[in-house]
Design a protein around this ligand. Sequence first.
Ligand code: TPP
Ligand code: SF4
Ligand code: MG
Length: 341
Amino acid sequence: MGEPKKNRIGLEITPYRGGKTTLCAGCGHNAISERIIDAFFEMGVHPRDVIKLSGIGCSSKTPAYFLAEAHGFNSVHGRMPSVGTGALLANRKMIAIGVSGDGDTGAIGIGQFVHMMRRNVPMVYIIEDNGCYGLTKGQFSPTADVGSTQKNGQPNDLPPIDTCMLAVQLGASFVARSFSGDKKQLLAILKAAIAHRGTAMIDVLSPCVTFNDHEGSTKSYAYVKEHDEPGGEVNFVPFFEDISVEYDPGTTTAVTMHDGSKLFLKKLEEGYDPTDKIGALKRLHETARRGEFATGLIYIEPDRDDFITQLNLVDEPLASLPLSRVRPGPEALEEIMEGLR
Ligand SMILES: Cc1ncc(C[n+]2csc(CCOP(=O)(O)OP(=O)(O)O)c2C)c(N)n1
Ligand code: SF4
Ligand SMILES: [Mg+2]
Protein backbone atom coordinates (compact mmCIF):
# COMPACT_ATOMS: atom_id res chain seq x y z
CA MET A 1 0.00 0.00 0.00
CA GLY A 2 1.37 3.44 -0.95
CA GLU A 3 1.62 6.47 1.33
CA PRO A 4 -1.74 8.22 1.92
CA LYS A 5 -2.14 11.26 -0.31
CA LYS A 6 -1.27 14.61 1.29
CA ASN A 7 -2.38 18.05 0.19
CA ARG A 8 -0.28 21.18 -0.31
CA ILE A 9 -0.23 21.95 3.45
CA GLY A 10 0.88 18.39 4.25
CA LEU A 11 -2.43 17.09 5.63
CA GLU A 12 -4.06 13.77 4.81
CA ILE A 13 -7.79 13.69 4.12
CA THR A 14 -8.73 12.39 7.62
CA PRO A 15 -8.96 15.80 9.38
CA TYR A 16 -11.28 16.98 6.59
CA ARG A 17 -13.81 14.32 7.49
CA GLY A 18 -16.37 14.57 10.27
CA GLY A 19 -18.63 12.27 12.26
CA LYS A 20 -20.55 9.41 10.69
CA THR A 21 -23.72 10.59 8.97
CA THR A 22 -27.09 9.93 10.61
CA LEU A 23 -29.03 10.89 7.45
CA CYS A 24 -30.96 8.33 5.35
CA ALA A 25 -28.83 6.15 3.07
CA GLY A 26 -28.91 7.67 -0.42
CA CYS A 27 -29.84 11.20 0.74
CA GLY A 28 -28.37 13.76 -1.66
CA HIS A 29 -27.04 15.75 1.30
CA ASN A 30 -24.48 12.99 2.06
CA ALA A 31 -22.98 13.30 -1.42
CA ILE A 32 -22.63 17.08 -0.94
CA SER A 33 -20.76 16.55 2.37
CA GLU A 34 -18.35 14.23 0.51
CA ARG A 35 -17.66 16.92 -2.10
CA ILE A 36 -17.13 19.57 0.60
CA ILE A 37 -14.52 17.29 2.21
CA ASP A 38 -12.77 16.81 -1.16
CA ALA A 39 -12.92 20.52 -2.02
CA PHE A 40 -11.32 21.76 1.23
CA PHE A 41 -8.72 18.97 1.08
CA GLU A 42 -7.78 19.72 -2.51
CA MET A 43 -7.67 23.48 -1.89
CA GLY A 44 -5.32 22.88 1.06
CA VAL A 45 -7.36 24.98 3.50
CA HIS A 46 -6.61 24.10 7.13
CA PRO A 47 -9.84 22.88 8.84
CA ARG A 48 -9.07 25.10 11.84
CA ASP A 49 -9.21 28.18 9.61
CA VAL A 50 -12.81 27.38 8.72
CA ILE A 51 -16.13 28.33 10.34
CA LYS A 52 -18.94 25.98 9.34
CA LEU A 53 -22.46 27.21 10.00
CA SER A 54 -26.00 26.02 9.53
CA GLY A 55 -29.63 26.53 10.49
CA ILE A 56 -32.06 23.69 11.18
CA GLY A 57 -33.03 20.72 8.97
CA CYS A 58 -31.51 17.48 7.70
CA SER A 59 -29.25 19.66 5.53
CA SER A 60 -28.28 21.79 8.52
CA LYS A 61 -27.14 18.68 10.40
CA THR A 62 -24.43 18.00 7.81
CA PRO A 63 -21.64 20.28 9.11
CA ALA A 64 -21.24 17.58 11.79
CA TYR A 65 -20.16 15.21 8.99
CA PHE A 66 -17.28 17.24 7.55
CA LEU A 67 -14.22 19.18 8.82
CA ALA A 68 -14.36 17.86 12.40
CA GLU A 69 -11.79 20.40 13.62
CA ALA A 70 -13.44 23.49 12.11
CA HIS A 71 -15.33 25.96 14.29
CA GLY A 72 -19.03 25.04 14.19
CA PHE A 73 -22.18 27.11 14.70
CA ASN A 74 -25.47 25.25 14.42
CA SER A 75 -27.83 28.22 14.69
CA VAL A 76 -31.58 28.71 14.93
CA HIS A 77 -33.89 27.86 11.95
CA GLY A 78 -33.21 30.36 9.14
CA ARG A 79 -30.82 32.51 11.19
CA MET A 80 -27.48 31.25 9.94
CA PRO A 81 -26.79 34.36 7.79
CA SER A 82 -26.74 36.76 10.73
CA VAL A 83 -24.65 34.41 12.87
CA GLY A 84 -22.22 34.01 9.95
CA THR A 85 -22.07 37.75 9.34
CA GLY A 86 -21.29 38.36 13.02
CA ALA A 87 -18.64 35.65 13.12
CA LEU A 88 -16.90 37.05 10.03
CA LEU A 89 -16.98 40.59 11.35
CA ALA A 90 -15.39 39.36 14.58
CA ASN A 91 -12.70 37.44 12.71
CA ARG A 92 -12.19 38.39 9.08
CA LYS A 93 -9.39 35.84 8.67
CA MET A 94 -11.74 32.86 8.83
CA ILE A 95 -13.08 31.04 5.79
CA ALA A 96 -16.82 30.52 6.20
CA ILE A 97 -19.09 27.86 4.77
CA GLY A 98 -22.79 27.83 5.56
CA VAL A 99 -25.13 24.94 4.82
CA SER A 100 -28.84 25.62 4.64
CA GLY A 101 -31.93 23.91 3.27
CA ASP A 102 -34.58 25.11 0.83
CA GLY A 103 -36.96 25.44 3.80
CA ASP A 104 -34.35 27.01 6.08
CA THR A 105 -33.48 29.58 3.38
CA GLY A 106 -36.68 29.99 1.36
CA ALA A 107 -39.26 30.02 4.17
CA ILE A 108 -38.35 31.14 7.68
CA GLY A 109 -34.90 32.44 6.68
CA ILE A 110 -35.78 34.37 3.53
CA GLY A 111 -35.31 37.79 5.15
CA GLN A 112 -31.86 36.90 6.43
CA PHE A 113 -30.93 35.35 3.08
CA VAL A 114 -31.76 38.42 1.00
CA HIS A 115 -29.69 40.71 3.21
CA MET A 116 -26.72 38.38 3.14
CA MET A 117 -26.84 38.37 -0.69
CA ARG A 118 -27.06 42.15 -0.99
CA ARG A 119 -24.22 42.67 1.49
CA ASN A 120 -21.94 40.24 -0.35
CA VAL A 121 -20.76 38.74 2.94
CA PRO A 122 -17.66 36.67 2.10
CA MET A 123 -18.82 33.11 2.60
CA VAL A 124 -19.79 29.98 0.72
CA TYR A 125 -23.56 29.62 1.13
CA ILE A 126 -24.95 26.23 0.11
CA ILE A 127 -28.64 25.41 -0.18
CA GLU A 128 -29.21 21.66 -0.17
CA ASP A 129 -32.38 21.83 -2.22
CA ASN A 130 -34.81 18.89 -2.10
CA GLY A 131 -38.04 20.87 -2.53
CA CYS A 132 -39.36 19.75 0.84
CA TYR A 133 -38.92 19.96 4.60
CA GLY A 134 -37.12 16.62 4.99
CA LEU A 135 -36.62 16.78 8.75
CA THR A 136 -40.31 17.37 9.50
CA LYS A 137 -41.51 14.63 7.11
CA GLY A 138 -41.67 16.05 3.62
CA GLN A 139 -44.05 19.06 3.49
CA PHE A 140 -43.61 21.26 0.37
CA SER A 141 -40.97 23.93 0.71
CA PRO A 142 -40.95 27.27 -1.19
CA THR A 143 -38.70 25.78 -3.92
CA ALA A 144 -41.25 23.07 -4.82
CA ASP A 145 -42.31 23.44 -8.46
CA VAL A 146 -45.92 24.00 -9.52
CA GLY A 147 -47.48 20.60 -10.15
CA SER A 148 -44.82 18.62 -8.31
CA THR A 149 -46.58 16.06 -6.13
CA GLN A 150 -46.17 14.84 -2.60
CA LYS A 151 -45.94 11.10 -1.96
CA ASN A 152 -49.72 10.95 -1.40
CA GLY A 153 -50.29 12.49 -4.85
CA GLN A 154 -51.18 16.00 -3.69
CA PRO A 155 -49.83 18.61 -6.14
CA ASN A 156 -48.13 21.85 -5.16
CA ASP A 157 -49.96 24.86 -6.58
CA LEU A 158 -47.79 27.77 -5.43
CA PRO A 159 -45.05 29.16 -7.71
CA PRO A 160 -41.50 28.39 -6.56
CA ILE A 161 -38.86 30.79 -5.31
CA ASP A 162 -35.78 30.50 -7.50
CA THR A 163 -32.94 31.16 -5.06
CA CYS A 164 -30.42 31.63 -7.89
CA MET A 165 -32.55 34.33 -9.52
CA LEU A 166 -32.95 36.06 -6.19
CA ALA A 167 -29.24 35.88 -5.41
CA VAL A 168 -28.22 37.30 -8.81
CA GLN A 169 -30.77 40.08 -8.56
CA LEU A 170 -29.78 41.02 -5.02
CA GLY A 171 -26.06 41.31 -5.58
CA ALA A 172 -24.42 37.99 -4.72
CA SER A 173 -21.17 37.95 -6.65
CA PHE A 174 -20.97 34.19 -7.33
CA VAL A 175 -24.13 32.22 -8.08
CA ALA A 176 -24.19 28.58 -9.17
CA ARG A 177 -26.55 25.65 -9.34
CA SER A 178 -25.49 22.03 -9.26
CA PHE A 179 -26.77 18.52 -8.57
CA SER A 180 -25.63 16.27 -5.72
CA GLY A 181 -25.28 13.46 -8.29
CA ASP A 182 -22.84 15.42 -10.48
CA LYS A 183 -19.56 14.89 -8.64
CA LYS A 184 -17.27 16.59 -11.13
CA GLN A 185 -19.31 19.75 -11.62
CA LEU A 186 -20.08 20.18 -7.91
CA LEU A 187 -16.43 19.74 -6.88
CA ALA A 188 -15.20 22.33 -9.41
CA ILE A 189 -17.89 24.81 -8.30
CA LEU A 190 -17.11 24.29 -4.61
CA LYS A 191 -13.39 24.87 -5.11
CA ALA A 192 -14.08 28.06 -7.07
CA ALA A 193 -16.52 29.18 -4.36
CA ILE A 194 -13.84 28.72 -1.68
CA ALA A 195 -11.44 30.86 -3.75
CA HIS A 196 -14.05 33.58 -4.31
CA ARG A 197 -14.10 36.74 -2.19
CA GLY A 198 -17.75 37.61 -1.63
CA THR A 199 -20.96 35.62 -1.25
CA ALA A 200 -20.74 32.37 -3.22
CA MET A 201 -24.31 31.08 -3.32
CA ILE A 202 -24.69 27.50 -4.56
CA ASP A 203 -28.12 25.91 -4.88
CA VAL A 204 -27.51 22.15 -5.03
CA LEU A 205 -30.41 19.96 -6.11
CA SER A 206 -30.25 17.21 -3.54
CA PRO A 207 -33.04 14.61 -3.63
CA CYS A 208 -34.74 13.49 -0.41
CA VAL A 209 -35.01 9.72 -0.93
CA THR A 210 -37.49 9.27 1.90
CA PHE A 211 -40.12 11.92 1.10
CA ASN A 212 -39.54 13.38 -2.36
CA ASP A 213 -38.04 10.81 -4.76
CA HIS A 214 -41.23 9.37 -6.30
CA GLU A 215 -42.70 9.73 -9.78
CA GLY A 216 -44.45 13.11 -9.99
CA SER A 217 -41.78 14.92 -7.95
CA THR A 218 -39.62 17.41 -9.86
CA LYS A 219 -36.84 17.04 -7.28
CA SER A 220 -36.40 13.25 -7.63
CA TYR A 221 -33.11 11.74 -8.85
CA ALA A 222 -34.76 10.59 -12.08
CA TYR A 223 -36.39 13.96 -12.85
CA VAL A 224 -33.30 16.05 -12.06
CA LYS A 225 -31.02 13.77 -14.12
CA GLU A 226 -33.42 14.07 -17.03
CA HIS A 227 -33.84 17.86 -16.80
CA ASP A 228 -30.33 18.97 -15.78
CA GLU A 229 -29.11 21.52 -18.31
CA PRO A 230 -25.43 22.21 -17.66
CA GLY A 231 -24.43 25.53 -19.18
CA GLY A 232 -21.04 24.14 -20.16
CA GLU A 233 -18.15 22.44 -18.45
CA VAL A 234 -16.71 24.22 -15.38
CA ASN A 235 -12.96 23.87 -14.93
CA PHE A 236 -11.26 25.42 -11.91
CA VAL A 237 -7.49 25.82 -11.64
CA PRO A 238 -6.34 27.04 -8.19
CA PHE A 239 -3.54 29.60 -8.04
CA PHE A 240 -1.06 27.00 -6.74
CA GLU A 241 -1.43 24.67 -9.73
CA ASP A 242 0.04 25.01 -13.19
CA ILE A 243 -2.54 25.77 -15.80
CA SER A 244 -2.72 22.69 -17.96
CA VAL A 245 -6.25 23.25 -19.24
CA GLU A 246 -6.29 23.54 -22.98
CA TYR A 247 -8.91 25.93 -24.06
CA ASP A 248 -10.02 27.70 -27.14
CA PRO A 249 -10.62 31.41 -26.40
CA GLY A 250 -13.47 31.38 -28.91
CA THR A 251 -15.57 28.84 -27.04
CA THR A 252 -14.30 29.27 -23.47
CA THR A 253 -14.71 32.12 -21.04
CA ALA A 254 -11.77 32.51 -18.63
CA VAL A 255 -12.33 34.35 -15.35
CA THR A 256 -9.41 35.32 -13.11
CA MET A 257 -10.26 35.34 -9.42
CA HIS A 258 -8.82 37.50 -6.63
CA ASP A 259 -6.19 35.02 -5.51
CA GLY A 260 -5.07 34.39 -9.10
CA SER A 261 -7.04 31.15 -9.49
CA LYS A 262 -8.70 30.70 -12.87
CA LEU A 263 -12.12 29.51 -13.89
CA PHE A 264 -12.65 28.21 -17.39
CA LEU A 265 -16.21 27.90 -18.60
CA LYS A 266 -16.75 26.03 -21.80
CA LYS A 267 -19.71 27.55 -23.57
CA LEU A 268 -22.47 25.38 -24.84
CA GLU A 269 -24.90 28.14 -25.54
CA GLU A 270 -23.87 30.65 -28.13
CA GLY A 271 -22.63 33.82 -26.47
CA TYR A 272 -23.43 32.95 -22.83
CA ASP A 273 -21.33 35.14 -20.59
CA PRO A 274 -21.47 34.42 -16.81
CA THR A 275 -20.35 37.97 -16.01
CA ASP A 276 -23.48 39.40 -17.67
CA LYS A 277 -26.22 39.82 -15.05
CA ILE A 278 -29.10 40.21 -17.50
CA GLY A 279 -27.88 37.20 -19.49
CA ALA A 280 -27.72 35.13 -16.28
CA LEU A 281 -31.30 36.06 -15.32
CA LYS A 282 -32.47 35.33 -18.87
CA ARG A 283 -30.90 31.89 -18.80
CA LEU A 284 -32.55 31.09 -15.44
CA HIS A 285 -35.94 32.27 -16.68
CA GLU A 286 -35.74 30.43 -19.98
CA THR A 287 -34.65 27.09 -18.51
CA ALA A 288 -37.28 27.33 -15.76
CA ARG A 289 -39.96 27.94 -18.39
CA ARG A 290 -38.92 24.72 -20.13
CA GLY A 291 -39.12 22.85 -16.80
CA GLU A 292 -35.34 22.43 -16.74
CA PHE A 293 -32.62 23.26 -14.24
CA ALA A 294 -29.78 25.46 -15.45
CA THR A 295 -26.69 24.08 -13.70
CA GLY A 296 -23.10 25.25 -13.64
CA LEU A 297 -21.78 28.70 -12.84
CA ILE A 298 -24.66 31.05 -13.51
CA TYR A 299 -23.12 34.39 -12.57
CA ILE A 300 -19.82 35.77 -11.34
CA GLU A 301 -18.64 39.26 -10.49
CA PRO A 302 -15.09 38.73 -9.19
CA ASP A 303 -14.37 42.36 -8.40
CA ARG A 304 -17.35 43.51 -6.35
CA ASP A 305 -16.24 44.63 -2.87
CA ASP A 306 -17.24 42.19 -0.16
CA PHE A 307 -18.91 43.31 3.07
CA ILE A 308 -15.67 43.43 5.06
CA THR A 309 -14.08 45.73 2.46
CA GLN A 310 -17.21 47.90 2.27
CA LEU A 311 -17.03 48.40 6.04
CA ASN A 312 -13.34 49.28 5.85
CA LEU A 313 -12.48 47.01 8.78
CA VAL A 314 -8.94 46.96 10.16
CA ASP A 315 -6.81 44.04 8.96
CA GLU A 316 -6.41 42.57 12.43
CA PRO A 317 -9.43 40.49 13.49
CA LEU A 318 -11.66 42.53 15.83
CA ALA A 319 -11.81 39.50 18.13
CA SER A 320 -8.10 39.76 18.90
CA LEU A 321 -7.87 43.55 19.37
CA PRO A 322 -7.20 44.67 22.95
CA LEU A 323 -10.00 46.49 24.79
CA SER A 324 -8.02 49.73 24.57
CA ARG A 325 -8.45 49.64 20.77
CA VAL A 326 -12.10 48.66 20.56
CA ARG A 327 -13.45 50.81 23.39
CA PRO A 328 -12.98 54.57 22.99
CA GLY A 329 -11.87 56.32 26.17
CA PRO A 330 -13.76 59.15 27.96
CA GLU A 331 -11.92 61.76 25.86
CA ALA A 332 -13.34 60.33 22.63
CA LEU A 333 -16.85 60.38 24.09
CA GLU A 334 -16.31 63.93 25.30
CA GLU A 335 -15.23 64.96 21.80
CA ILE A 336 -18.38 63.43 20.26
CA MET A 337 -20.56 65.16 22.85
CA GLU A 338 -18.78 68.46 22.15
CA GLY A 339 -19.62 68.05 18.47
CA LEU A 340 -23.31 67.70 19.29
CA ARG A 341 -23.58 70.77 21.48
C1 TPP B 1 -38.47 28.27 14.60
C2 TPP B 1 -38.72 26.90 14.03
N1 TPP B 1 -39.79 26.68 13.26
C3 TPP B 1 -40.02 25.45 12.74
C4 TPP B 1 -39.17 24.43 13.01
C5 TPP B 1 -39.48 23.05 12.44
N2 TPP B 1 -38.56 22.67 11.36
C6 TPP B 1 -37.43 21.99 11.58
S1 TPP B 1 -36.56 21.68 10.18
C7 TPP B 1 -37.75 22.47 9.25
C8 TPP B 1 -37.62 22.57 7.75
C9 TPP B 1 -36.42 21.92 7.18
O1 TPP B 1 -36.45 21.98 5.79
P1 TPP B 1 -35.17 22.30 4.94
O2 TPP B 1 -34.51 23.53 5.41
O3 TPP B 1 -35.55 22.25 3.52
O4 TPP B 1 -34.17 21.10 5.32
P2 TPP B 1 -34.19 19.55 4.91
O5 TPP B 1 -34.59 18.83 6.15
O6 TPP B 1 -35.14 19.37 3.78
O7 TPP B 1 -32.78 19.29 4.51
C10 TPP B 1 -38.77 22.95 10.03
C11 TPP B 1 -39.95 23.67 9.50
C12 TPP B 1 -38.03 24.69 13.82
N3 TPP B 1 -37.11 23.75 14.10
N4 TPP B 1 -37.82 25.91 14.32
S1 SF4 C 1 -35.56 12.66 5.40
FE1 SF4 C 1 -34.92 13.21 3.32
S2 SF4 C 1 -33.59 15.01 3.58
FE2 SF4 C 1 -33.77 14.01 5.58
S3 SF4 C 1 -32.01 12.61 5.70
FE3 SF4 C 1 -33.74 11.43 4.91
S4 SF4 C 1 -33.52 11.54 2.68
FE4 SF4 C 1 -32.27 13.19 3.55
MG1 MG D 1 -35.37 20.70 2.17
